[in-house]
Design a binder for this molecule. Structure first.
Ligand code: G3H
Length: 270
């Protein structure tokens, strides 16, 4: 995902669409088709900017068939996985099944999983382990709620989430890790953290990775921002030196809007 050029790491931006619990398997095919056509029409360079979608589990087989059949350059992954590989875990989906469906990435610890399903940092640590066992790149979601932000504890809170979730893994194991910073108060609310807030937290996360592992490792890891990202604000948010992409919720359900977000470089007016 990350290459080295003249001794400097060049992080390939990632625009990721988290569909959440939207789009049945038929709608998923229509959305992926329209997204691919729209990006093709815009001559999207996937080598330059990676584009991934995270549909519900029941859509993944259809998405795989389409992506493979039409040789699409889109990547796709799941919104969650079980920490276990098989057995009596009713309702859960293991990483091995996702890998067989061609998933390359998996979201771990989205704030809705943390809040609605009570997922703890300790559980997320085991989910990262499961993702790594099946060669799925973990997209670890972190971020603070409004009360924590207002109390001024957002940096400490978010860094503690990062440290706990990554505990026990080596830099080699985490080579494909992606971290998504999503302030919970900005998710689906229309409120976005300012570009300075996104940069502040991304820089703090990178510094934490350097402290836990090495500067080289920290410089290779992509850090995304999520929370009410749209085509109108994506360029400003991604202008931060440490912000390497976006995890997009609502706006990823509209193919044209999501394609515009993926084409964020075209909106940069400097
Ligand atoms: O995973 C995506 C985030 O929760 C952001 O969602 P949103 O773009 O609808 O605010």
């Amino acid at each position: 995902m990350t290459t080295q050029k003249n001794g400097q790491f060049v992080r390939r931006p990632l625009i990721a669409g988290n569909w959440k619990m939207n789009m049945d398997h038929m709608q998923a095919i229509a959305l992926v088709q329209k997204l691919a056509w729209t990006l093709d029409d815009a001559s999207h360079d996937y080598e330059r900017v990676q584009v991934s979608v995270f549909p519900p589990f029941t859509d993944l087989r259809g998405v795989q068939t389409l992506v493979v059949g039409d040789k699409l350059s889109l990547d796709y992954g799941a919104q969650d996985l079980s920490p276990q590989d098989s057995g009596a875990y009713t309702g859960d989906i293991p990483g091995g099944f996702l890998a067989k469906l061609g998933c390359t990435q998996v979201l771990i610890g989205h704030s809705e999983r943390r809040e609605i399903h009570g997922e703890t940092d300790e559980l997320l640590n085991t989910k990262i382990d499961a993702a790594l066992r099946h060669e799925l790149a973990p997209v670890l979601c972190v971020g603070e709620g409004l009360e924590i932000r207002e109390a001024g504890n957002h940096v400490n809170h978010t860094l503690a989430q990062v440290e706990a979730a990554l505990s026990g893994f080596s830099a080699e194991q985490l080579a494909e890790l992606v971290i998504a910073y999503e302030p919970v108060w900005a998710i689906g609310t229309g409120k976005t953290a300012g570009p300075e807030d996104a940069q502040e937290m991304s820089a703090a996360i990178r510094e934490k990775l350097a402290e836990l592992y090495s500067q080289e490792f920290a410089d290779s890891i992509r850090i995304l921002y999520g929370g009410s990202v749209k085509s109108a604000n994506v360029a400003a948010i991604l202008s931060g030196a440490d912000v390497d992409g976006a995890l997009v919720g609502g706006a990823s359900l509209d193919a044209e809007e999501f394609a515009k977000i993926a084409q964020f470089e075209k909106h940069i007016t400097a």
